[in-house]
Write a protein that binds this ligand. Structure first.
Ligand code: SIN
Length: 547
């Protein structure tokens, strides 16, 4: 990010984040509608969770007996009663068009010898419908195509700029406060701001997400009192390689789609390999607890041509000395995806006029309590497109559609999903207030060390108490550690790592409050003390300024 522009022409659209959602919006807004678009990201443009996506994009593109109705039914079943059916309908109907546009932009998906798209099957899908690239390197290819396109169209690219707070004036989002590499403060103004900052896997000690996944967009929204929901639904991917490397190398669900088997450490099978992710992760965690071990095994020895079909996974395994043709691979669940986030309507509008959200940062209602495999890249493309079209048509603020019904319409009756405000929630304080006195300002203390210790402490506590299995006791214990980590972070350190750690604290607080409020087990949220599903809790837990 360079210094302040002497003639700061306001942008039409400022996009925060450079993954599939952010760049899809930027390319459409600038390339198709000629909007003046800026993209702002805390790292380099290519440093995003999208790059790490393996399996692919679920969309009805083949000539097989699949139909969008089946895709809809599979998504609703995985979401455990909390998907917004209208939002899922939009996702499955509009998804194929968005994938075809990506292909037209130059993204190369894997094809068979006749040139037809290869379709893989993954957990929770009743048929093969997942398109992929480079075997299991789909995210890299999508990011490559979008980065090329955005370079050709966007008016301003701000890399290494950390967005800290939303600029809110007269009840409307007008831009963000961002800091450049030298810690200088800038106000980046725009008519519309799209948060596409991804998820928060770094809340946990064991995750498949890159270091950058620190919940920055959700945290900014929480501090501004913008409605956030469903954050208790943190999806754990069952087949992360059990290895000290962090982020954990992912062994794509496509392996199970191709016939890989799950076994316990005694070699016994114990779960349907193609069940939705929450079921598989829960079954694995229970099996590991029963056997007193920290991993299970993935048996991919029966897969033909592993190296050709999954070259990037084969390479990752070779690096750690594993041969999928001969070895059963050690695996354990790892935090993978935040199903909830900033509540949006069917066009990506948040509860704050002028602020939009798309992709993992958003709660559009398509994932409910547990996301169906390979629906995430699709969601990013579909809802980013809708944000841009809505802005182009004229902005009317949020409507009571999609997940936004839970905020604007409250109790909406037995069919649509209403909202409940979490009783013990109030928005965390803005960083724009005077910086508090540091807890430990002795010359001997190293602020960078304090920050990384606090982050690691929070991550361990979240994994232990707010992970795959939770209870009131474990959540209370986690909350205490999160508050201790928060007080370790009070201080004047204006560094990206300190801001990220503070964002993790704000999001961790939200996850814990929502998980405490949801006194039932549903989808990716499992309470040992409330093992059943409670029909009265078929509602979104909403965290906002009205809480
Ligand atoms: C995977 O390849 O297993 C991950 C895909 C996803 O998260 O949907």
């Amino acid at each position: 990010m360079t210094g302040p522009d002497p003639r700061p022409a306001a942008l039409d659209l400022l996009v925060l984040g450079s993954g599939v959602a952010g760049l899809s919006a930027a390319v459409r807004a600038a390339g198709v509608h000629g909007m003046r678009v800026g993209v702002l990201t805390k790292g380099e443009l290519t440093q995003t969770t999208t790059r790490w996506a393996q399996g692919g994009v679920a969309a009805v593109l083949g000539e097989d007996p699949d139909s969008t109705d089946l895709h809809l039914a599979d998504t609703l079943a995985a979401g455990a009663g909390l998907c917004d059916t209208d939002a899922v309908r939009v996702l499955v109907d509009e998804g194929p068009g968005r994938v075809n546009e990506l292909i037209a932009l130059g993204a190369m998906f894997d094809r068979d010898e006749e040139g037809r798209l290869q379709l893989a099957r993954e957990g929770g899908h009743s048929l093969p419908r997942v398109v992929h690239a480079g075997g299991a390197a789909t995210g890299v290819e999508i990011e490559r195509a979008l980065v090329e396109a955005v370079h050709a169209t966007a008016a301003a690219l701000h890399e290494h700029a950390f967005a800290a707070e939303l600029l809110v004036e007269a009840g409307r989002c007008r831009g963000v406060v961002a800091y450049d590499r030298d810690g200088r403060r800038h106000e980046v103004r725009a008519e519309h701001v799209l948060l596409a900052t991804g998820g928060a896997g770094q809340l946990f000690a064991v995750t498949t997400n890159p270091l950058e996944a620190t919940g920055d967009g959700v945290a900014m929204a929480l501090r501004a009192g913008v409605a956030v929901a469903d954050v208790e639904f943190v999806q754990f991917h069952p087949t992360a390689l059990h290895h000290p490397r962090m982020p954990r190398p992912l062994l794509s669900e496509a392996l199970r789609g191709h016939g890989a088997l799950l076994r316990d450490v005694h070699g016994e099978r114990f779960v349907d390999e193609l069940a939705p992710r929450d079921e598989v992760s829960r079954a694995m965690t229970r099996r590991m607890l029963a056997l007193g071990v920290d991993h299970c095994l993935l048996d991919a020895t029966g897969l033909e041509a592993f190296d050709q079909r999954f070259p990037t996974i084969a390479a990752a395994l070779a690096e750690v000395g594993l041969d999928p043709a001969a070895d059963w691979l050690p695996i354990a669940p790892a935090a993978h995806y935040l199903c909830g986030g900033i509540v949006t309507d069917l066009d990506g509008s948040s509860s704050l006029p002028g602020l939009w959200a798309a992709g993992e940062v958003a709660c559009s209602g398509v994932h409910g309590a547990n996301r169906l495999a390979s629906n995430s890249l699709l969601e990013g493309m579909v809802f980013a497109f809708r944000v841009v079209e809505r802005i182009e048509r004229g902005d009317a603020g949020p409507s009571a559609t999609g997940a936004m019904r839970a905020v604007l319409a409250g109790d909406v009756g037995p069919h649509a999903i209403g909202g409940r405000r979490a009783a013990d929630w109030s928005p965390p304080p803005s960083w724009e207030r005077p910086i508090p006195v540091p807890v430990d300002d002795s010359p001997a203390s190293d602020p960078a060390d304090a920050v990384s210790r606090a982050r690691a402490r929070l991550q361990r506590a979240m994994t232990a108490g707010a992970g795959v299995l939770r209870s009131a006791t474990s959540l209370d214990e986690t909350s205490e550690v999160v508050e201790a980590a928060a007080s370790d972070l009070v201080g004047p350190t204006r560094t990206v790592t300190a801001w990220e750690a503070r964002n993790l604290v704000d999001v961790a607080r939200a996850v814990v409050v929502a998980a405490r409020t949801r006194t039932e087990s549903r989808g990716a949220h499992t309470r040992g003390d409330f093992p059943g599903r409670d029909p009265d809790l078929r509602a979104r837990i909403v965290l906002d300024a009205a809480g």
